[in-house]
Ligand binder design. Structure first.
Ligand SMILES: *Cc1c(COP(=O)(O)O)cnc(C)c1O
Length: 386
């Protein structure tokens, strides 16, 4: 039907991004420099926080890892996160030396269930790592209340949730840390890229040091024109800094974040209406007094009820030239975690079920009306067996 394959999560790159990258190339300043500083300022302003409380890094995975370290996670410490997330969330806990403890999701919102967090708290629990899944904000009042009562750190995985708000407060500003992704498929794309927001300025200072080999703060200005400065290594750090080439994309992507949000909201709403009578489970409408980031539009396909299996549907859409995604198989489906922690998917039944039935449809700001119509027609055809 389509002469071109519709790639899932294709970024919307415009001339402004291209010109900004070319400008960096002409100037010869490719690495961390003025454009990263500007992107940090503008991101902080978008999230309504002071620029001294953010740090750009080269991925959300790096942001999560550094936040774990800055939160003081030590070997033996337990961190509670959701069974329905990308592997990077769990890996960040493990890389910091912590022990991941999974909580199940709420069967309707698909976000971490605060009651299950509470059940899994032990004397070794140190932190909670909620994920605002698909862009729907978690129940942050309940989660922050649990954290206060048990003296736990909170690290928000906001990879899907740049634009999200919960009861008038922006996601990433509830916890001690908020971690954002600018990966190709995310709502703001720099190719690879990430950002941390922290509650305390000293935590951001430590994260900036850790992101650049553990070199003292002035090292970020080492190559400026104010003369050579010796640097001191004060910790064993990492190579997690963002490049100006990435920030060049981010500056212009961020400038269109609201425009793109409106476009994705319109597509999300069209899907909701178009699929109302299909034998599938659609996402819940956003809760009152919250803002959904519309990062993913996912359906649940139950073979018995839908007449087609999830994987059969994925294959059919692929054959019709439409790229789809699976977000995600539940964490306990993966052999590494099964072998290391003895986990079985059945221990988190809600996450297991969603992981086995979920499919994400294209939801890019780039998706024009005709393409959205084609996706809708192909989805309808798959269930009406046309
Ligand atoms: C994409 C994603 C990440 C990792 O982001 P990167 O920037 O690719 O490292 C982490 N958590 C979730 C929920 C994600 O979707």
């Amino acid at each position: 039907m389509t002469d071109k394959y519709l790639i899932f999560g294709a970024p919307d790159i415009r001339q402004a991004e291209i010109d900004e990258v070319v400008d960096s190339l002409h100037r010869g300043w490719l690495g961390t420099g003025p454009k990263v500083a500007r992107f940090e300022r503008e991101f902080a302003s978008y999230k309504g926080v002071d620029e001294h409380f953010v740090a750009a890094v080269n991925s959300c995975t790096a942001a999560l890892h550094l936040s774990m370290i800055a939160a003081g996670i030590q070997p033996g410490d337990e961190v509670i996160t959701t069974a329905m997330t990308f592997c990077a969330t769990v890996n960040a806990i493990i890389h910091a030396g912590g022990t991941p403890v999974l909580a199940d999701i709420d069967p309707y919102t698909w976000n971490i269930d605060p009651a299950d967090i509470e059940r899994r708290i032990t004397p070794r629990t140190r932190a909670i790592l909620p994920v605002h899944f698909a862009g729907r904000p978690c129940d942050m009042h309940a989660i922050m209340d649990i954290a206060r009562r048990h003296n736990l750190k909170v690290i928000e995985d906001c990879a899907h949730a740049i634009e999200s708000e919960y009861k008038g407060q922006k996601t990433g500003t509830f916890g001690d840390f908020g971690c954002f992704s600018f990966y190709v498929t995310k709502n703001v794309a720099t190719g690879e890229g990430g950002m941390v927001i922290a509650k305390r300025e000293e935590d951001i200072a430590r994260i900036k040091t850790l992101a650049l080999h553990g070199m003292s703060k002035d090292a970020w200005r080492r190559f400026s024109d104010s003369g050579y400065k010796h640097y001191q290594v004060v910790e064993c750090g990492f190579k997690y800094n963002m490049m100006d080439l990435q920030a060049a994309l981010g500056i212009h992507q961020l400038a269109r974040v609201e425009e793109n949000w409106l476009k994705r909201q319109a597509i999300w709403n069209r899907y909701q209406q178009a699929f109302a009578n299909l034998p599938v489970t659609r996402p819940q409408e956003p809760e009152p007094d919250t803002r959904h980031a519309y990062h993913l539009y996912t359906l649940l396909i139950d073979e018995e009820r839908s007449g087609i299996s999830r994987d059969g549907f994925l294959q059919r859409m692929h054959e019709r030239g439409i790229g789809t995604g699976v977000h995600y198989l539940s964490i306990a489906e993966h052999p590494y975690y099964q072998q290391r922690y003895g986990w079985r998917p059945e221990q988190w039944p809600n996450a297991m079920l969603v992981g086995r039935e979920t499919v994400s449809l294209p939801l890019s700001a780039k998706l024009e009306t005709t393409l959205t119509n084609q996706v809708i027609l192909e989805v309808l055809a798959a269930f009406l067996k046309l």
